[in-house]
Design a protein around this ligand. Structure first.
Ligand SMILES: Nc1ncnc2c1ncn2[C@@H]1O[C@H](COP(=O)(O)OP(=O)(O)OP(=O)(O)O)[C@@H](O)[C@H]1O
Ligand SMILES: [Mg+2]
Length: 437
């Protein structure tokens, strides 16, 4: 099938203009065709028949009322009353070249009319003169050379009609374009606002405008945005509250334990409490970070370099490679925490980390590879669940809460991007992030 879709406009403005223009052009073609075919042909036939009839009647009169005085009178009347300027060339004979007509409707109709009415050999010339048609008719004693104004044969209204149609439709098109553009603008604004909100960016001074349906959609979006924002802040507030409230009794318990005698049980309890403290700390930092931080354009290379530098001191196996312009709107602290979580995972479970960041079509891609044991394919979504940990993480020196990946994905998705785990070419796990620019 012919791929028409490729040639159709993709934007709403283009499509609505097409919807307006297509019927307009169709209407014009149909009405022009009907006008041309019916009206113009008929008019031209009538006009040419009338002129041919007049010429025939002049010839007839001249034959009937022969004589020099009559002839002068007849030719004079033809000129003054019929607008036929006739020049009689006595004894002349039409050249014997074959009779040819042009292809215009005037040529055809006039030829037919002359053959039908005059019934004598004739030549005609509809082209050489701008405003005149010359007709030469062979008479027994010479040639009648007739000059007729084209106006008498020809209706010029067709051109005027077409010009008016084209002209008015151009005006109509321009007006439609202006109106449609105004109609499309609020939709585009709404689309931009929704897109920005999806990417976690600020949506400032957005207000419903335009047609009722668009206003309705915009108002609905506004309400939805409010609700989502309220939900987010309630969630962070609650998490912060719980974490904060838990810290006080935990501290109290720690103090009480410190005053008890040392024993194996007490040591276990102390370990448990310090683990709980760590968890609470993690929730608190998560809740604190997400809440207030606003999106700013930041350079991903700088943030990555900073993270790597801070870690390098502890002589870890970590490399960083960046290329291209990596400026992107994000929440710097949240993003730092996200990358740190992933790098820590790579270092803890894989033994090393190699970070790469580059710009791709409309996005920035960051990968973090390690050469550890990797994550089984059927667990790669599971590990994103809060508190979900694999067996490899049960060792004593890898005491985590199982929140790292959940937080990381939350941050990236909050910026309109995504985070997935894959096989790394270096044998272990690859965490791949994509951030829309
Ligand atoms: N690079 C990796 N290689 C192998 N396993 C991994 C890797 N990254 C994560 N995992 C597995 O996924 C689980 C979840 O990781 P996540 O970062 O969410 O929690 P955690 O590291 O256990 O704790 P936290 O990061 O909160 O201190 C880990 O316990 C580990 O079993
Ligand atoms: Mg982790």
């Amino acid at each position: 099938m012919f791929p028409i879709k490729k040639f159709l406009p993709r934007s709403l403005l283009g499509r609505s203009l097409l919807i307006i223009v297509m019927p307009l052009i169709l209407l014009q073609i149909v009405s022009t065709w009907i006008f041309y075919d019916r009206h113009w042909e008929t008019i031209t036939r009538r006009l040419t028949t009338a002129v041919a009839g007049e010429i025939a009647s002049v010839i007839e009169n001249r034959r009937t009322f022969a004589g020099a005085a009559n002839e002068a009178h007849i030719l004079h009347t033809a000129e003054t009353r019929l607008d036929l300027r006739i020049n009689f060339k006595p004894g002349a004979i039409l050249p014997n070249k074959p009779y040819t007509t042009g292809n215009s409707i005037l040529d055809k109709m006039l030829g037919n009319a002359l053959r039908e009415r005059v019934r004598r050999p004739f030549h005609m010339d509809t082209r050489s003169h701008e405003n005149q048609v010359r007709i030469q008719v062979q008479l027994p004693d010479g040639i009648f050379d007739v000059a007729v104004d084209k106006e008498r044969l020809f209706s010029s209204t067709t051109y005027i009609f077409v010009m008016w149609m084209v002209g008015t439709s151009l005006v109509l098109f321009a007006v439609a374009m202006v109106f449609m553009r105004n109609q499309v603008r609020p939709i585009r604004r709404l689309a931009n606002a929704v897109e920005n909100f999806g990417k976690g960016r600020d949506v400032r001074d957005f207000k419903p405008e335009g047609a009722t349906e668009i206003r309705q959609a915009a108002a609905a979006f506004d309400m939805m945005r409010d609700r989502i924002q309220r939900m987010i802040s309630q969630r962070t507030d609650m998490l912060a509250g719980v974490s904060h409230d838990l810290r006080t009794p935990l501290t109290r318990m720690k103090l009480q334990l410190a005053m008890l005698e040392e024993s194996a049980d007490i040591a276990d309890l102390k370990a448990d409490i310090s683990e709980m403290e760590k968890m609470v700390e993690a929730y608190l930092s998560f809740a604190r970070g997400e809440g207030a931080e606003s999106v700013t354009v930041s350079n991903v290379s700088d943030i990555l370099a900073e993270i790597v530098n801070r870690m390098d001191k502890k002589d870890t196996d970590i490399t960083l490679q960046t290329s291209g312009d990596l400026s992107v709107p994000l929440r710097p602290n949240a993003f730092r925490r996200c990358v740190t979580n992933l790098v820590n995972n790579a270092l803890i479970y894989g033994g090393n980390a190699s970070i790469q960041a580059s710009r791709t079509q409309g996005a920035i891609q960051i990968t973090i590879d390690d050469s550890g044991p990797g994550i089984p394919e059927n667990q790669r979504e599971e590990v994103f669940r809060p508190f979900y940990r694999l067996d490899n993480a049960r060792g004593p020196d890898t005491a985590g809460t199982g929140l790292g990946l959940a937080i990381a994905r939350d941050v990236i998705r909050g910026l309109g991007g995504d985070l997935v785990l894959e096989n790394s070419p270096t044998g272990g796990t690859r965490a791949r992030m994509r951030l829309p620019v």
